[in-house]
Design a binder for this molecule. Structure first.
Ligand SMILES: NC(=O)c1ccc[n+]([C@@H]2O[C@H](COP(=O)([O-])OP(=O)(O)OC[C@H]3O[C@@H](n4cnc5c(N)ncnc54)[C@H](OP(=O)(O)O)[C@@H]3O)[C@@H](O)[C@H]2O)c1
Length: 388
């Protein structure tokens, strides 16, 4: 059973489940056959459905097929350093005579980011994740890198970024991962990052705007703006403007803006319904840390929606996502009270590597990776209630 689970084949609640004594195998050229150990016979047809199957695609990234001294084929997963005689592609078989596809839920609330990407080869894709040295950004960057993408960790602190790169390389020494300096609290640094990125002459298929601060005391950045607003929204806004041409050249490309449900608990309009600019970067006397965070997250969504409207005709989509509530990252470190609250909530919230969650309506969302990978007409849940 452990071997089945490892190869991604343990969700056997379907008609495909084999009777006792049967085993599913593959030929080198990708056909599935069935071995009956009781009667010591093999056949091409599934013993219950009578269907013939073949595997759909190559081995997952990081896997290799090898042959043992008895001539039996086995499979090595270099990333997780495991070996199995079960062909991992059996999780992705197709009928020889395909009938109408049936909808089947593949993920649930305990699905990890790594599981969502299982079987995908992202070689050739270039991904930038801001604030990727910790928390959600790190898990996202790692999952992309362990599936073949060239991942750039855009971080303000190079020591922490290099340590994150080493952690990823420790899991898969061939991962294509590097760190670059990006301080969103300094518009000059955003410019430098964009210049350095363009100098690499690579495409940009996925840009994950993830970095954020939360619960900070009031401070101004060197650019003269309130820090939460600049780091969480304006810095990313500027970054996307500077990289827009590369994104368009790399189409189909995606921007994923990591927002939050807490955007609901604020407003950026004044009493007459007009945008109140003083609320975006407030003075010290008008500042409340929680409100500043919520407003920056509302800006994330408004920005993402408008970006999608403008760039989707050119093959660049944008989605704002909510990753989950009070996940125990480093986000709360601005004030001990928030640390206490996050600690108390910890047993009831998602861990960093859990990518999926159920929303209040019971629908399943796999926010960051879903927005990054699914077809370009994919609609994020936020779009459904913000008619912008
Ligand atoms: N955790 C949750 O419950 C939750 C809920 C809803 C939404 N979110 C959103 O999820 C995203 C990720 O948060 P997280 O929970 O993973 O928090 P996190 O672990 O604190 O990650 C935030 C990242 O942003 C980076 N960052 C901060 N200031 C920066 C700057 N000036 N320039 C560049 N990078 C900067 C941090 O770098 P340093 O390590 O150098 O500080 C860190 O890598 C955020 O957008 C957050 O709003 C989180």
């Amino acid at each position: 059973m452990a071997a089945l689970r490892y190869a991604g084949l343990d969700d056997t609640d379907s008609e495909d489940e084999l009777p006792p004594g049967w085993e599913q195998r593959t030929t080198k050229d990708g056909w599935v056959y069935y071995a009956n150990h009781t009667e010591e016979k093999t056949q091409w047809e599934h013993p219950k459905t009578g269907k013939r199957k073949r595997i759909a695609g190559d081995l997952p990234y990081g896997w290799e097929q090898e042959t043992d001294e008895n001539g039996q084929v086995f499979f090595v997963d270099h990333i997780n350093k495991r070996t199995t005689y079960l062909d991992p592609r059996l999780a992705f078989t197709v009928d020889d005579n395909p009938t109408k596809p049936t909808t089947r839920q593949r993920y649930d609330g305990s699905t990890t980011a790594m599981e969502i990407l299982q079987g995908r080869d992202l070689s050739g894709k270039v991904v930038v994740v801001t604030g990727a040295n910790s928390g959600i950004g790190f898990e996202t960057a790692k999952s992309f890198a362990l599936h073949g993408a060239h991942v750039i960790l855009a971080c303000r602190n190079m020591a922490r970024a290099s340590e994150a790169v080493s952690r990823i390389l420790g899991e898969w020494h061939k991962a294509k991962v590097e760190a670059m300096t990006l301080d969103l609290a300094l518009l000059r640094s955003v410019q430098h990052f964009a210049q350095a990125f363009k100098a690499k002459n690579v495409s940009l298929h996925v840009l994950v705007c993830n970095a954020a601060v939360f619960g900070l005391p009031w401070t101004l950045t060197k650019d003269g703006l309130e820090t939460t607003f600049q780091v969480n929204h304006l810095g990313h806004f500027y970054l996307v403007q500077l990289l827009q041409d590369v994104l368009c050249r790399s189409a189909p490309a995606r921007v994923v803006v990591v927002s939050s449900e807490s955007h609901r608990f604020t407003d950026i309009n004044d009493s007459s319904g007009k945008l109140d600019f003083s609320r975006l970067s407030p003075s010290k006397s008008d500042y409340w840390a929680m409100l500043a965070y919520n407003r920056s997250k509302l800006c994330n969504i408004l920005f993402s929606n408008e970006l999608h409207r403008r760039l989707s005709p050119r093959g660049v989509t944008s989605n704002a996502v909510h990753p989950g509530n009070m996940m125990y990252s480093a986000l709360h470190r601005g004030w001990w009270v928030y640390t206490l609250l996050f600690t108390l909530a910890r047993p009831f919230t998602k861990s960093m590597d859990l990518e999926c969650r159920f929303d209040a309506y019971g629908d399943l969302h796999c926010p960051v990776l879903e927005a990054a990978l699914f077809p370009k007409d994919f609609t994020c849940q936020f779009r459904q209630f913000l008619s912008l």
